[in-house]
Design a protein around this ligand. Structure first.
Ligand SMILES: Nc1ncnc2c1ncn2[C@@H]1O[C@H](COP(=O)(O)OP(=O)(O)O)[C@@H](O)[C@H]1O
Ligand SMILES: [Mg+2]
Length: 418
């Protein structure tokens, strides 16, 4: 099969078509998919891989690929200090693997291997507002012929436009997530207000039930005491739920002090030690922040870590690993980046299916027989109350599953009422 060789004018008109299509696509995923498909069509590489900067992890992650070997997209992940990333950032130009042998020679062997084993011919930086927001990796053409200078020129021009379109789509996604969060906060406030009103009404009779039952116990034969204990246990459970609801109400003020997040996490882990041992769960503490202290409400933050780690434990009753990591670098260079410490807690449990993932912050959403569905709502309320952010990502693939919860806590609580 002979591939159509593109002349300058063909390349240009195809590129213009592609640009038009990029501008009307709104979703990031669809945009990247279209970019891969059209690049393959116009320029003929066997496979196109796209790697994008992720402000949460501070790394470039392989997010999309089309063509043979597309399942290896994940390999195209690099840290921000990686030599290839730095070269692209500094030179802001396309790397031609066949021609720029000198540059390739400088790369560490593992990276050279990724490029070679996937027969990458061109690496193209995606640059928006002078920042390297991502990279395109084009493999050789199916017929192994080299890319012509006209094709390389067109690609450079396209990459500039594609970078802007991708940046726009990322920003839009970011805004949408933010709106969704505000919506959550609103829902929480309503539940909190209702709860605060009802809680006192419920707690008074509850207290009298508890003391009456305890009083009656004295006049019951010992073999009946078990029933009394059962009633008291249930009463305490109701009380626990009400306490949880109350903490959603906006009157919960922050008692600020200097909190060492590492200590807060270690104390929570100690509290759960017997559970962790019982289910054979290993805890790995990774990458500590240079300065793990924040000004925050210590008791509330401990509650956050307890809720999140307890969920991880409950998801891994057949054993697994909890990884706790902490970072205090500002997240990317986005305008809203704040001085904060980020704590990420990952588990290797079964993960949360997408439809459930949308609802985990909803008050009373639970998939557990004895769950209250309040753990994450309360957590959300606390983090939001500190002016922070919380994100949950989860995977349910049989080969790679687990849940990752990241909380971003500002160094100095930016107190918000719901
Ligand atoms: N680490 C996790 N792994 C799997 N599912 C989780 C995890 N964390 C939360 N979930 C899901 O989110 C739901 C809500 O969690 P939460 O608000 O803490 O309430 P509860 O733990 O009482 O169910 C859980 O029932 C579960 O389905
Ligand atoms: Mg829970």
């Amino acid at each position: 099969m002979t591939k159509r060789r593109l002349r300058q004018s063909d390349v240009q008109s195809a590129a213009i078509e592609l640009l038009k299509s990029l501008n009307i696509i709104v979703g990031l995923e669809q945009l990247l998919e279209n970019l891969c498909a059209r690049l393959r069509e116009i320029l003929g590489p066997a496979t196109v891989y796209i790697s994008l900067y992720d402000p949460i992890t501070g790394r470039y992650a392989g997010v999309m690929a089309r063509g043979p070997g597309a399942e290896k997209a994940g390999l195209f992940g690099f840290s921000g200090s990686n030599p290839l990333v730095r070269w692209l950032h500094v030179n802001q130009s396309l790397l031609n693997v066949r021609l720029d042998k000198g540059v390739i020679g400088f790369l560490p062997p593992e990276e050279r291997l990724i490029l070679e084993s996937n027969r990458i011919a061109l690496v193209v930086p995606l640059i928006a507002l002078n920042r390297l927001t991502g990279m395109l990796f084009l493999s050789e053409k199916e017929d192994q012929s080299a890319f012509t200078p006209a094709e390389v020129d067109a690609l450079t021009m396209l990459a500039g436009q594609a970078a802007l379109a991708v940046e726009n789509a990322v920003m839009r996604q970011f805004q949408e997530e933010r709106l969704k969060k505000l919506f959550h906060a609103d829902k929480l406030a309503t539940v909190g207000e209702l709860a605060a009103g009802a809680a006192h009404e419920i707690r008074n009779p509850l207290t009298s039930i508890r003391s009456t039952v305890q009083f009656l116990r004295k006049s019951l034969p010992p073999e009946m005491h078990g029933y009394v204990a059962g009633v008291i246990e249930e009463v305490d459970r109701i009380d626990g739920i009400i306490k949880g609801l109350l903490s959603l109400s906006k009157s919960s003020e922050l008692h600020l002090s200097r909190v060492d997040l590492r200590d807060a996490i270690n104390q929570t882990l100690m509290l759960l030690d017997s559970e962790l041992k019982k289910y054979g769960i290993t805890v790995v503490q990774e990458a500590a922040a240079a300065d793990p202290t924040v000004e925050a409400d210590q008791a509330q933050l401990k509650q956050v870590f307890l809720n999140v780690i307890l969920n991880a434990v409950q998801a891994m009753q057949g054993g697994g690993t909890i990884t706790v990591s902490m970072a205090d670098r500002p997240d990317g260079k986005r305008e809203d980046s704040i001085d904060a410490v980020r704590v990420t807690i990952c588990d290797t449990g079964p993960g949360i299916p997408p439809d459930a993932l949308q609802r985990v912050f909803d008050p009373f959403f639970t998939t557990k027989e004895n769950g209250t569905g309040l753990g994450l709502s309360i957590t959300y309320g606390i983090i939001y109350g500190h002016g922070g952010e919380i994100d949950i990502t989860s995977r349910t693939d049989p080969s790679a599953h687990g849940t990752s919860v990241t909380v971003k806590i500002p160094r100095k609580a930016d107190q918000k009422t719901h």
